[in-house]
Design a protein around this ligand. Sequence first.
Ligand SMILES: Nc1ncnc2c1ncn2[C@@H]1O[C@H](COP(=O)(O)OP(=O)(O)O)[C@@H](O)[C@H]1O
Ligand SMILES: [Mg+2]
Length: 297
Amino acid sequence: MTLFPEGIPKLLQALESEEYVADPAIATSLYLAQQLEKPLLIEGHAGVGKTEIAKVLARLLGTELIRLQCYEGLDASTALYEWNYAKQLLHIRLQEKDGRSAKEAEAQIFGEEFLLKRPLLLAIRNGGRAPVLLVDEIDRSDEEFEAFLLEVLSDFQVSVPELGTLKAEKRPVVILTSNRSRELSDALRRRCLYLWIGYPSFAKELAIVRRKVPGASEALTVQVVALVQHLRRLKLAKVPGVSESLDWAAALLALHATQLSAQLVAETLGCAIKDESDLRKVEAELAAGRLPLGAGA
Ligand SMILES: Nc1ncnc2c1ncn2[C@@H]1O[C@H](COP(=O)(O)OP(=O)(O)O)[C@@H](O)[C@H]1O
Ligand SMILES: [Mg+2]
């Protein structure tokens, strides 16, 4: 599959047109992941736009997004498939009613149509249209699951004991994300291309908030971004991400604010600061007049 054959500048433009503010590093990684048909592992702090990339990419490709949200205890069958017992039973009953033996019916109930396909199998059995498979927050899953995933990603086929091997009709475009709550294995890293997304620069964040909260006044947008950028330097327990800037700007807009004031900041701090000790710290900074509230500070 050759997508964006016109190259990286065009891809950058396309991302922008889908409201994703990218930079050449991001566009290059996406481009290469497709050209080389390799999974792309994206690491970065919470709220820097990792998950959003997969959504935007699926929209750009006009294809389905299949998301596997990882969590502690996620196991292979939840990610891959389960047998649809209810459907199997019903089928046996109907067959018996038609006068066929249970044995005959049994022979039929282990077909693909009796599988409840979970995200990984859905991504593999895609009817010839490569979807975008998003394996989100892989760092939350256990190491055993990571090893299993690696196996799936190496040959895009799954063996179902009752059925045999199910191969991918078309390889999905795979994006994995990690918040780095634990180290991923070297084997998985080697399998993937790697992209690190850091907190955005002032200019990039400004561009994101302008795009995503277009109703906010320019002065307010600049103030919110400058303030969040400042907060990130305060060594907080929960550093605000881009989501927080967006939430904050949207909240202030909902309050019909066009300018920040110390009082407004105090009243809406919960949009950006989500931890009690951080809240105290920032409140103290605010009271001491050490937070930038001026335009473009
Ligand atoms: N570069 C960007 N361009 C546009 N929106 C962005 C960008 N980065 C982050 N966002 C927005 O910030 C929010 C958080 O992004 P998300 O992808 O969920 O973060 P992550 O998965 O890294 O935790 C989303 O609403 C997303 O639309
Ligand atoms: Mg995410």
